[in-house]
Design a binder for this molecule. Structure first.
Ligand SMILES: Cc1ncc(COP(=O)(O)O)c(C=O)c1O
Length: 474
């Protein structure tokens, strides 16, 4: 049989591992590898899924089987997989200067990237502090807020407000900001100062605002003000919010929400940190999610899509105003990590942004997002689909037991549905997405920004078939 070298099936077959290699790899994976947020016992009697390579919107496992990467890895692979030009940028940089610290030194790629991000970021967000992950970015933003207020004489401000069920990372400080009790409890006591406010889940809005999205948004924003007043404004440093809240299943902000939050922060001298670890770099059709919803943060935290995962990187873009006291006399932000502004990661980020520009990926998201929404909304005819919500290329589908009453599943049912069936069934059907019950049960989608209607159709078909089976097993 003759076939084109570009055909994915052909290329996967060429690189397939032998059964012996696969068996050895499985033994080593089970004996030596500790996977994150993973019940390792679930692999006692089944194979660890091993993803060996990627191409475009697809990845391939050790058997050569193809999957549509409906989650961009973990909200990361914006430009898709297998981009030679990005890999080559990394190789070039590694042979020129693989590493040098940002502690007292700069390197050319970190400088170029900081300048480029400052150009892209809204308003006076002109100063870039690099990290190596999203948790470190969030941790850094809290530390900056605390030190900024100390250095400017507001010694009591250290508390942080964030929303219920929101995920802001796992390091101790970031975990104190995270709003998911179950992943915090084993590590308590956490650093003091984390305060929760309601999220913007309109599907589960309190009855008195359940029919009016705008009123709901104003109520949710005003809850932030009430929390600030309750805690004492002189003790509150910052509010951390995602443009679209990921955890819980993609809650977009209601109209007017962020305008109100900005006013509240200004009124009480509290910093607004836009945690855009997921929502930056095109996920919502803009370089930064705050642009989409028209608000001006004091700090933006980022990670993931800045390199599309070709190398790890995170950071925060900070307003001139916050940087200003650190430019005087002996003032120093007493914080840093070894690999910040890593030359290879910086070169990768620059090459990643080149792809964004060359292929107008923001334009692709804006042109196709309505099609993505409409395709997912077709699933609304299934009895198990309660709500389809999101923006850009970032959607959550909430699953319910009773559509009319919006009754959700019990913990046991949710366990059986998500872990016992859906996660495996979707993967077996060739779709990588997330079946999550940290809030109410949802399926989340966040595909590469290169996706078009054919990929949305593939997603819809797989979801339709697997969700139909799930319903019949209930
Ligand atoms: C909004 C948000 N903040 C912070 C983080 C933590 O990022 P990382 O896993 O890179 O530490 C995440 C991770 O998904 C996130 O979604």
């Amino acid at each position: 049989m003759t076939s084109s070298p570009d055909r994915p099936e052909t290329r996967s077959a060429q690189r397939e591992q032998t059964p012996e290699q696969i068996a050895e790899q499985q033994t080593a994976a089970k004996r030596n590898l500790w996977m994150h947020f993973t019940r390792m016992s679930s692999y006692t009697n089944s194979d660890v899924p091993v993803i060996v390579r990627g191409s475009g919107q697809y990845v391939y496992d050790q058997h050569g089987k193809r999957y549509l990467d409906g989650l961009a890895g973990l909200f990361v692979s914006q430009i898709g997989h297998g981009r030679k030009e990005v890999a080559e940028a990394a190789a070039r940089q590694a042979s020129e200067l693989a590493y040098f610290p940002l502690w007292s030194y700069a390197n050319p790629r970190a400088i170029e990237l900081a300048e480029r991000l400052a150009d892209l970021a809204p308003g006076d967000l002109n100063r870039v502090f690099f990290t190596t992950s999203g948790s470190e970015a969030v941790e850094s933003a809290w530390k900056l807020a605390k030190q900024y207020f100390k250095i400017t004489g507001q010694y009591g401000r250290y508390k942080v407000l964030s929303r219920e069920i929101a995920y802001h990372g796992t390091s101790m400080g970031a975990l104190a900001i995270t709003g998911l009790p179950a992943i915090k409890e084993p590590f308590e006591p956490l650093p003091p100062g984390g305060v929760r406010v309601p999220n913007t889940n309109f599907y589960r809005a309190p009855a008195f605002v359940a029919d009016d999205l705008t009123a709901f948004g104003i109520w949710a924003a005003d809850e932030i003000e009430r929390a600030i007043l309750r805690e004492g404004p002189e003790s509150v440093a910052a509010v951390f919010l995602e443009p679209v809240q990921n955890s819980g299943g993609c809650f977009p902000p209601p109209p007017g929400y962020f305008r109100r939050v900005r006013e509240i922060c200004d009124r009480h001298g509290v910093l607004l940190v836009s945690d855009e670890v997921i929502c930056a770099f095109g996920r919502l059709g803009y370089y930064f999610g705050s642009e989409r919803y028209g608000y001006q943060p004091d700090v933006i935290t980022f990670a993931k899509g800045v390199t599309s995962g070709y190398s790890p990187m995170g950071g925060m873009v900070v307003s001139d105003r916050l940087m200003e006291p650190f430019t005087e006399d002996t003032a120093t932000f007493l914080h840093g990590v070894t690999f910040a502004g890593h030359p290879v990661s910086s070169a990768v980020a620059l090459a990643n942004l080149d792809v964004f520009e060359k292929e107008d990926l923001l334009g692709n998201v804006r042109a196709n997002e309505a099609g993505f929404r409409a395709t997912l909304e077709k699933l609304g005819d299934l009895p198990i689909v309660g709500d389809v919500r999101g923006d850009g290329y970032f959607y959550g589908i909430e699953l319910v037991k009773d559509k009319a009453t919006r009754e959700t599943f019990t913990d046991d049912e949710s366990e059986r549905l998500l872990r016992g069936f859906l996660s495996h069934a979707l993967f077996d059907a060739g779709l990588i997405c997330r079946a999550d019950d940290r809030g109410d049960p949802v399926i989340q989608l966040s595909p590469p920004l290169t996706c078009t209607q054919e990929h949305f159709d593939e997603i819809e078909q797989i979801l339709r078939s697997v969700l139909t089976q799930a319903w019949s097993r209930l």
